[in-house]
Design a protein around this ligand. Structure first.
Ligand SMILES: [Cu+2]
Length: 515
């Protein structure tokens, strides 16, 4: 599998590409094109048991990747087990050749910056141990920048990633958070970053001395090499609103090194990263991001909502199966849910079952409202709330529905931030807040003018977020927490968007991997 890592695909907007995945590893695999909308063609989307069955070792599968409105940095990654820890890389979509071009002065150089997470152990064993123990996953041994942990860990000094820059030039950093279960702060000593795009969509320029980027998200940011000739650290570490849940508390570094003849300081200066539980720093950055919203990049927020879904995001706990004690709280086995449904993978993929009208694979009754209403963010909650219901439930959306989803984080078992990713769409993030969503007061503060347009949204621990999108892309589209342990625990569902006038689900290719 290692030969996939960090392969870079670049695309011009509105092209279609064919890529053939041939596995030579020991594990099943699927590949997801994160943020690519694949209009009417979920067959290439990748999540195992949602839109395809996995490619078995030695198997082949040709994926057609259809681009539409994406522009900027996206990424691709494995979407089976935890193989995306190493099987991933950036996707760069350039503006159309005769189109509007970049909505900012074109940087001199562009550089992918892929943030990752690394275990000394085979990550597949970490997954197996997590499933068997029922507890939190073993924390990673390192965070990485472009595959290297950097100077603050043993063994990385000679191979630390170095970005050599010319004074006076600008560098477009195409930043991907490929970590399995972290939200990260990232910063460069003595330099600001000017964010110009997120998740393959342009933003109003936002200059800051750090960024917050959740697992699954991408950020395009311009670095101006406008400081004294020297060398400077770039660094990244975890943000978590709940440090009582164990996390990798290390810091990864790389170096920005100015070209020229000069005497360097003995060691590079370090950036001031926000503290790991600095919730204000994390969310003030995220809520400062606005869509560009100009003539060439119009904003179309759905206004007259036809489908409203309120869903909780919870960590859950079941009693340990068999006569043993699991490593979850009080000997339980940890799980997770949306609207109290802990998602169970079906034996054949949902897309095939939907397309071929095979019954008994999934239920279409994902609740539109939390089945149990309580004070979701109360400090103490009765233990009886910890158990969820297992099921394979999806939500059917009529074509062109104007959809609003309100995610409500809960304090069941433990509150934590959840980066929720929707396949097949980007959505407008119209509002967010700490505590319980207030259906009367909070919508009055929605941003319907220039909200950020993303494919992955960070829902605050013990907080809420509202997204809106128009269901104009027929198919089966997965929605899940992008922390891979929460995904394994069941924090997911899928939308089935029905066909409509002029937009239909395409037939499958002939080489879909068999179940
Ligand atoms: Cu989560």
């Amino acid at each position: 599998m290692d030969n996939f890592q960090d392969q870079l695909y670049t695309f011009i907007m509105e092209t279609q590409s064919m890529l053939r995945s041939i596995t030579s590893g020991r594990y099943n695999i699927t590949i997801h094109w994160h943020g690519v909308k694949l209009p009417g063609y979920p067959w290439s989307d990748g999540p195992e048991y949602i839109t395809q069955c996995p490619i078995k070792p030695g198997g082949k599968f040709r994926q057609k990747i259809i681009f539409s409105t994406e522009e900027g940095t996206l990424w691709w990654h494995a979407h089976s087990d935890w193989s995306r820890a190493t099987v991933h890389g950036p996707i760069i979509v350039y503006p159309k050749i005769n189109g509007a071009g970049y909505p900012f002065s074109k940087p001199h150089v562009e550089v992918p910056i892929v943030l990752g997470q690394w275990w000394k152990k085979d990550v597949m064993n970490v997954l197996q141990e997590t499933i068997i123990s029922g507890g939190d996953p073993e924390i990673s041994d390192a965070l990485t920048i472009n595959g290297q942990p950097g100077d603050l860990y043993p063994c990385s000094k000679s191979e630390i990633f170095k970005l050599n820059v010319d004074q006076g030039k600008s560098y477009l950093l195409r930043i991907v958070n490929a970590a399995l279960n972290n939200i990260l702060f990232f910063s460069i000593a003595n330099h600001n970053l000017t964010v110009i795009g997120i998740d393959g969509s342009y933003t109003k320029p936002l200059t800051n001395d750090y960024i917050t980027i959740a697992a699954g998200q991408t950020i395009d940011a311009v670095l101006h090499a406008n400081q004294d000739l020297n060398h400077y650290y770039m660094a990244s570490r975890v943000f978590t609103s709940n440090p009582s849940v164990s996390f990798d508390n290390t810091t990864t570094t790389a170096i920005v090194q100015y070209n020229g003849n000069y005497t360097r300081s003995s060691s590079p200066s370090s950036p001031q990263l926000p503290y790991y539980n600095d919730t204000d720093a994390a969310y003030s950055f995220l809520s400062s991001l606005k869509s560009l919203a100009d003539e060439d990049h119009p904003v179309r927020v759905p206004i007259n909502i036809t489908t409203r879904i309120v869903t909780t995001l919870s960590v859950n706990a079941f009693s340990c199966p068999g006569n043993r004690s699991c490593e979850g709280p009080n000997g339980t086995i940890l799980a997770a849910s949306m609207n109290n449904i802990t998602f169970v993978n079906p034996s054949i993929d949902i897309l095939e079952a939907y397309y071929k009208h095979i019954h008994g694979v999934f239920g279409a009754d994902f609740p539109s409202f939390p089945p149990l209403v309580f004070n979701f963010t109360a400090e103490y909650l009765p233990l009886i709330l910890e158990a969820s219901k297992r099921g394979t439930k999806v939500k059917i959306l009529p074509y062109n529905s104007a959809v609003e989803v309100i995610f409500q984080g809960t304090n069941v078992v433990a509150s934590i931030d959840h980066p929720v990713h929707l396949h097949g769409y980007s959505f407008y993030i119209v509002g967010w807040g700490h505590g319980n969503f207030d259906k009367d007061k909070d919508p009055q503060k929605y941003n319907l003018i220039d909200p950020p347009f993303r494919n992955t949204v960070t829902v605050p621990g013990n907080g809420w977020t509202t997204i809106r999108f128009e269901a104009s892309n027929p198919g089966v589209w997965f929605m899940h927490c992008h922390f891979d342990h929460h995904l394994v625990w069941g924090m997911e569902t899928a939308f089935i968007v029905q066909d409509g006038a002029g937009a239909c689900l395409s037939p499958p290719p002939s080489d879909m991997p068999p179940c």
